[in-house]
Design a protein around this ligand. Structure first.
Ligand code: AMP
Length: 542
C-alpha cells in the first residue's frame, strides 16, 4: 500500500522559490570582479535566474544540456546555476586554477554547450574556445560597459542577454532524479572524473547540511562561502543558504587575509567556510595587525586536515568555534563534521583539541565504514585504520561516462580512497589518502598526523610528509617544511618538538626546508609533485 501524501519532487529551483517567498529581502553581497561590492536579494536573484532560464531557452538550451560556469562566488554566478537548472540543464563548474588544456579536456568530456564566465577568465576562454566543438554560446558575467573591445571569441554580456527577457517564466518540471549539476574531481592521479548531481541529491544534501549538528544554518546567519562554487558546490552553500534564508557574503576573486577580513568585519559575517590555506592567510593577517573577529561565531574547515594549531588559534585567540569537516566532490560534498556529541560536551583544553583533530561524525544521510583490503569491516575502536567507504543519497553511484568503476561495489559502497579509523562514538579520523600513506617495515605511518604535529611548531608555516625509499624499511618519512617569515629553526629543533608526541618509529628520518610546497587546484598539498621533486633524495643511512 502506498502512502497518500503529495508527490512533490525535490527540485533545486524550489529552494529559490522558497527563498524569494519567505526571505525575499535577505541580502546577497558580492565582491565583484569589476571591483565594487554589489548588493542584491533573494527576490532579485530569483527574478533574474528566471530571466537566465528564459534566455537559455530562447537560445535553444534545455533538458540535460551541460552549461559550464567559470566564475568566482557571486550573485550572478548563483543566478547562472539556478537559471541552468530551471530549464532542466546541468550547471557544470570549472576550476579556473587548472591549466587551460585541462579545462578544455573536461569541457569536451562533459560536452558543454554554453559557458558563463567571469571577466577575469577571458584569457582562458580565448585559449580554449576553438578546442571545444560542442560550445555554442559564451555569456560573460558582466554588463555591456565592461565588455572587452576586441576579442577573437564571440560572446555576449550577461546583463544585456537577460535584459531582453521579461522574467515571466515557469521553471521546467521533471523527475527529481534528473541531473542538475556537475563537477570534476581534481584528478591527482589519472584523468579527472565527472560527478553528476541530481536535483534530489542536492536538495537532500542541503537539508542534511543545515541541521544543527551539521552547519547549523538559519535565517539569522550571515554566511561567507570562501570555498569556491567550483570546489565541490561551495560545500552546498548555494543551496543550503537560500533554503533557510541566510544572508550570503561572496568574497569574489580576493581571498587574501586583508580582503577576507574586510568582508567579515563590514558585513558582520557569523559563519564562514574554506580550506586551511585560506585560514593561514587570515590568521597571519590578524597576527600582524592585532585585529579581532567580534562577529564571527564559527568557521568550517575542510578539504585538507585542519591542523591543531589552527583550531587552537581560532578558538583561543579569537573566540571562534572551529568545525572540522570532511567530504568529497563525490559526496556533494559533506561527509562528516566535528561537532561534539553530549558524551564530549564537557571537553576543554587539550582534550577538546584532540577530539577536533578528528574529522567528526557522519550526519543522517551518510553511512560509513572502514574495511581491510579483503573488504572485511574493521572495528570502531579509534585506532584500527583501513579503507573508508560511504553510502547515502548525496553520494555518487557512478562517475559520468563510467570511469572509476572499481571504486563502487555491489552493495552500493563508494571507496573514498581515504584511509581512516572510527572511534566507538562514531568519530572518524582520516590518516591518509591511500596513495600517500607510508609503508615502513610492513606497518603504515600516517602522513597527516605528522604534518599536523609539525605545524604545531611555532616557526613552521606549512608541512608535508612523503615516503622516501629505504633499503631496510621500504619507506621512511621525510618532513618537508616552509618556515614562517624571518624564522630559521634547525631540523633537530623541529624533530625534538615532535619527539614523544608520536610513536618513535613514526618520527621523520630528516627535515627538508623549501621555499614553496606545491598545491592542487583545490588547495591540497600536491604530494605527487613533491615525490617527483624528491625522487632522488636518500637518507644518510639509505
Ligand atoms: P575534493 O573532492 O577536492 O573535496 O577532495 C576530497 C578529498 O580531500 C578527500 O577524499 C580527502 O582526501 C581530502 N579531505 C577533505 N577534507 C579533509 C579533511 N578534513 N581532512 C583530511 N582530508 C580531507
Amino acid at each position: 500500500m502506498l502512502g497518500l501524501m503529495q508527490e512533490w519532487p525535490l527540485l533545486c529551483h524550489k529552494i529559490l522559490d522558497y527563498a524569494a517567498a519567505q526571505h525575499g529581502d535577505r541580502e546577497i553581497v558580492s565582491r565583484s570582479v569589476e571591483g565594487p561590492i554589489v548588493r542584491t536579494t533573494y527576490s532579485d536573484i530569483h527574478a533574474r535566474a528566471k530571466k537566465a532560464s528564459q534566455a537559455l531557452e530562447a537560445d535553444g538550451f534545455g533538458l540535460g544540456d551541460r552549461i559550464a560556469t567559470l566564475g568566482w562566488n557571486s550573485a550572478r554566478h548563483m543566478e547562472a546555476w539556478y537559471g541552468a537548472m530551471g530549464v532542466g540543464g546541468v550547471y557544470h563548474t570549472l576550476n579556473p586554477r587548472l591549466f587551460p588544456e585541462q579545462i578544455a579536456w573536461i569541457m569536451n568530456h562533459a560536452e558543454d554547450k554554453a559557458l558563463f564566465v567571469d571577466l577575469s577568465f577571458l584569457p582562458i576562454v580565448e585559449a580554449i574556445a576553438d578546442k571545444v566543438p560542442s560550445l555554442r554560446k559564451i555569456i560573460v558575467l558582466t554588463d555591456a560597459d565592461h565588455m572587452p573591445e576586441n576579442s577573437k571569441v564571440e560572446m555576449v554580456d550577461y546583463e544585456s542577454w537577460i535584459g531582453r527577457q521579461d522574467g515571466d517564466y515557469a521553471w521546467k518540471q521533471f523527475d527529481e532524479n534528473t541531473a542538475c549539476g556537475m563537477c570534476y574531481t581534481s584528478g591527482t592521479t589519472g584523468d579527472p572524473k565527472g560527478v553528476l548531481y541530481s536535483h534530489r541529491s542536492n536538495v537532500l544534501h542541503a537539508l542534511i547540511s543545515v541541521q544543527p549538528d551539521a552547519l547549523n544554518l538559519g535565517s539569522n546567519e550571515v554566511i561567507m562561502p570562501v570555498v569556491p562554487m567550483f570546489h565541490a558546490n561551495a560545500w552546498g552553500i548555494a543551496h543550503s543558504a537560500p533554503m533557510v534564508g541566510a544572508k550570503i557574503v561572496n568574497p569574489g576573486p580576493l581571498m587574501d587575509g586583508a580582503s577576507i577580513y574586510e568582508l567579515l568585519d563590514t558585513e558582520k559575517v557569523t559563519m564562514t567556510a574554506a580550506v586551511p590555506t585560506v585560514w593561514l592567510m587570515l590568521l597571519s593577517y590578524l597576527e600582524e595587525t592585532g585585529k579581532k573577529l567580534p562577529h564571527l561565531n564559527r568557521v568550517v574547515i575542510g578539504g585538507s586536515a585542519c591542523p591543531r594549531a589552527m583550531t587552537e588559534a581560532f578558538q583561543n585567540d579569537y573566540d571562534v568555534q572551529v568545525i572540522h569537516a570532511w567530504g568529497m566532490t563525490e559526496m556533494s560534498p559533506l561527509g562528516s563534521l566535528g561537532v561534539m556529541k553530549p558524551v564530549y560536551g564537557d571537553l576543554e583544553g587539550d582534550a577538546l583539541l584532540d577530539m577536533q583533530e578528528k574529522q567528526g561524525y557522519a550526519p543522517f544521510g551518510v553511512e560509513m565504514l572502514v574495511t581491510d583490503d579483503e573488504n572485511s569491516e574493521l572495528p570502531w575502536d579509534g585506532k584500527t585504520f583501513g579503507k573508508l567507504k560511504v553510502r547515502g543519497p548525496g553520494v555518487a553511484r557512478a562517475y559520468f561516462g563510467g570511469a572509476g568503476e572499481e571504486q563502487f561495489d555491489e552493495e552500493g559502497w563508494f571507496d573514498t580512497g581515504d584511509v581512516a579509523h572510527i572511534n566507538a562514538n562514531g568519530y572518524m579520523q582520516i590518516t591518509d589518502r591511500s596513495k600517500d600513506v607510508i609503508k615502513s617495515g610492513g606497518e603504515w605511518i600516517s602522513t597527516i598526523d605528522l604534518e599536523n604535529l609539525a605545524v604545531g611548531h611555532p616557526d613552521i608555516q606549512e608541512a608535508a610528509v612523503i615516503g622516501i625509499v629505504h633499503p631496510k624499511w621500504d619507506e621512511r618519512p621525510l618532513l618537508i617544511c616552509i618556515t614562517k617569515e624571518g624564522k630559521s629553526p634547525a631540523a633537530e629543533d623541529i624533530l625534538e618538538f615532535m619527539q614523544g608526541k608520536v610513536a618513535k618509529w613514526w618520527m621523520p628520518n630528516a627535515v627538508a626546508f623549501v621555499e614553496e610546497i606545491p598545491h592542487t587546484a583545490t588547495g591540497k598539498i600536491q604530494k605527487t609533485e613533491l615525490r617527483k621533486q624528491f625522487a632522488d633524495y636518500r637518507f644518510d643511512d639509505g
